[in-house]
Design a protein around this ligand. Sequence first.
Ligand code: SF4
Ligand code: SF4
Length: 138
Amino acid sequence: MTLEVLWEKLADITTKSGMKCGRSDQCNADCCRPSVSGSEPGVTPPEIELINGFLAKQRGFRFYEAGEDSCKFLDKNGKCRIYAVRPIDCRVHFCIDDSLASRPNHKAANLVEDYHSRHDVEFMETELIDSFKFSGEH
Ligand code: SF4
Ligand code: SF4
């Protein structure tokens, strides 16, 4: 299954199950700020490749626009600057109303787990935020 097909499946599942941000009026994209959420999205080499391809077409892309404590792709308005190619972990996280915990959905979780099990996700998990140098980054 290609990443694009997986994205479509995950979008279908989350839409049909009505998953959406439960505390959207209480947060400032907190899930993209490890210092607030206490976690980082996992990312795999094929996802990195797609992100790099996306970045290679951008002009004047700015990393860490939202501050050093955020994901390097978060802009100052709380929007993901690589939204079209964001990792699958970022596609399935929707907070419960009063918590940063994600709404459970076993179908989405199984698909993510299956994909991660076939890739080197552990290596990239800590690299997304801090040390991996993406295309155009210094
Ligand atoms: S998933 Fe949660 S932390 Fe992220 S934007 Fe939605 S409500 Fe905010
Ligand atoms: S890649 Fe985008 S959605 Fe994922 S943590 Fe970073 S800013 Fe948030």
